[in-house]
Design a protein around this ligand. Structure first.
Ligand code: GYE
Length: 363
């Protein structure tokens, strides 16, 4: 299918979709986003030709990323009528911009981007617009350009706020008054790192918790392990909370703490908090090694395919679609937590106790 049919309507679509934009949660799917996948009638273009989609993926740094890649590849399979050009950008922003330019050269019908960093996008998105190719952004956000049709992903600030709100209630329930935190951040400059850092910091500031240090672990197990090894040397005996901004960092941090003789998890010296809630992460929650794990839902491929079908049919699309994400915990001591989210809305969130990770995890 040729992109030219979209060239004339792209600007109008973008304007319409901006109007259709909802606030956080307005268009959220059911928990875990599992209503997607049943609604999409992805298929070949009306002319029987395959729809060509270029996808510039962040890299392959985590279990979350593996699930994300599979979800997009499944949604844009040949059987579904797509021809997917997949580029693993290996966490290299320059490579990602290059990949997008190559998609333009290749005259693809749609471009999907999971932006490694949130800035530096306006020039290349203008090039996409000039070429008449609609861009869909998934997962991480772009902050310095709105030249994309639609975004599907998570409210990372809410994830950080969730970790803060949970820690506040948990510390109260356990009678812990002195909170000294070490943070292992995700890849610096990514919206996931920025939102999770800012959300948690808001609680730390309000509650007077001490953030002893906060360093980049690059969302990898190796990165998490290295940062934690150095933390264990520099801050031995001085911390009682470790916040890892994804599960893989937490796996590395656990190895480093184990090697240093630091005990973590339920009723141990260190409260361990993580994000993503992938299957291996939830297994550690079930075992009581990770105290709380805040889901970030990666299976966004079907949402993306749905948007492309809507565009193909000339329909308006939502500018933003937010995933709904449960909070998983190891202990059954707090049923729910009420907090104010990033939209200023008071929300009560049930805490899901992990009793059977294998069946509770979907990725
Ligand atoms: O949390 C992490 C991945 O962008 C939300 O990137 C995503 C993050 C996810 O590597 O595991």
């Amino acid at each position: 299918m040729k992109k030219r049919i979209f060239a004339g309507i792209l600007t109008a679509l973008m304007a319409a979709s901006l109007v259709a934009c909802g606030g956080a949660g307005d268009s959220a799917p059911a928990a875990g986003g599992d209503d997607a996948g049943t609604t999409t009638e992805a298929g070949a273009g009306d002319d029987g030709e395959k729809i060509i989609v270029g996808f510039a993926q962040v890299g392959h740094e985590s279990d979350w990323r593996t699930a994300s890649t599979k979800s997009v590849q499944d949604a844009f399979s040949e059987a579904n009528g797509y021809d997917l050009e997949f580029v693993d950008c290996d966490n290299d922003s320059a490579k990602q911009i290059e990949a997008v330019r190559q998609f333009i050269q290749d005259d693809v019908d749609y471009i999907v981007i999971d932006p490694i960093v949130s800035t530096g996008w306006d020039t290349v998105l203008t090039e996409c617009e000039d070429a008449g190719i609609p861009v869909i952004v998934i997962d991480r956000t772009i902050e310095d350009s709105d030249k994309y049709v639609s975004w599907v992903g998570s409210e990372f600030m809410n994830e950080g706020l969730a970790a803060g709100a949970w820690l506040k209630a948990y510390a109260e329930a356990k009678g812990i008054s002195d909170i000294n935190v070490l943070v292992i951040e995700g890849s610096n400059g990514s919206s996931a790192q920025i939102g999770r850092t800012d959300g948690f910091k808001k609680y730390a500031d309000e509650e007077g918790w001490k953030i002893i240090d906060s360093q980049d672990g690059d969302f990898t197990q190796d990165g998490g392990q290295k940062v934690m090894e150095s933390y264990c040397k520099s801050y031995a005996g001085k911390f009682n909370v470790v916040v890892c901004q994804n599960d893989n960092e937490a796996f590395g941090a656990m190895d480093a703490m184990k090697a240093a003789g630091v005990e973590y998890g339920v009723d141990k010296d260190v409260i361990l908090i993580s994000f993503d809630a992938c299957k291996a992460g939830l297994e550690y929650v079930q075992a009581g090694d990770i105290n709380a794990d805040f889901m970030c839902y990666p299976l966004q491929g079907e949402y993306c395919a749905q948007i492309i079908q809507q565009l193909k049919n000339g329909e308006d699309v939502e500018k933003q679609t937010f995933m709904t994400e449960p909070w998983y915990v190891a202990e059954d001591i707090l049923p729910s937590i009420t907090y104010t989210n990033n939209s200023g809305k008071e929300v009560t969130e049930d805490l899901v106790v992990v009793t059977d990770a294998a069946s509770q995890a979907s990725y």
